[in-house]
Design a protein around this ligand. Sequence first.
Ligand code: SF4
Ligand code: SF4
Length: 325
Amino acid sequence: MIKDRTIKFLRCLFNTPSKIPVEAQIEITNKCNFTCPMCPREIMDVPLTNMDFGLFKEVVRKLAGIKDFILTGWGEPLLHPNFFEMVDFVSSINPKARIRFTTNGSLLNKDVRKKILSSNIEQVSLSIDGYSYDAHNPLSPQHNGHTESKNIIENIKALASERNSNRRPAIVFQSTVQNNNIKGLKNLVEFAGKNGIDRMNLVRLDVRNATGLKRPSISEEGEIYRELKNAGRDFNLPVFFINRQGILLQMAGHFDRLCFRTIDHVYININGDVTPCCILRKMKTGSLLKDDIGEIWQGKIFKKFRANQLKVCKDCDALKKRHHH
Ligand code: SF4
Ligand code: SF4
């Protein structure tokens, strides 16, 4: 892992993309059983369907050599009827692949947990935006975002405790920072620490797609991060803020001019089209039904995107240190 990070750091620093992508995120489904207020699926006009399993296999066959697979689109991956077959298929084509996915936690029942624990899944990321669940008042108003019902809380606890001593898969919380969920996030740090969660990644809210939701200012964001990081230390929980990089990472990102994704990451949408990331899911740079990933990644369209990236991505601060809109 340290070797991979060093290589990525150097690639970013010298702005030299990898030969083929290191990481592929595959949009296996955009269906979801939640309707979170910050979810951009409607605004982005995302088709609410599953990727066909046959198409998935074709796509994965073209991705030989890729190290990291993220089986997550704009939906709940566990809703895909072939989810675990997909995981097995990735492993059969690419035995060394590191596989992860992101879930809202609502479908992690006993049967699903058993399948996760006997699969090659290396990491389960849980979207959870706070912990304010009150057993005495389960319908009390909570923060905006991914809810943490009793069912979800119990599912997370069970998954964490059913893992073997290797703590595999890793369980990571992914939480958006909003104006009204700071208390919930503090509670969540405590819950995570007490239940053996491996890491918490804080993420800045993308307000372009979240009408009515607010995020803290940059300086407030810094304060919140410090507070949560300190709270994490008390519970032995590493807390990171994706947007608040240390000086080395800032250098690697050329002080917000470069996006960390485009150096080694691709997104594959439900049609098998390769695009730069989940936000630019319509920006087709090629199709895996026709071309190899190497041809697409080194091809004219991707090169043109990289050359114009500052213009194309000007409003996006998904991985940037400053607010860009
Ligand atoms: S759980 Fe994720 S995909 Fe589903 S509505 Fe919420 S943000 Fe969107
Ligand atoms: S839209 Fe954002 S995340 Fe996607 S490539 Fe551009 S800067 Fe990176």
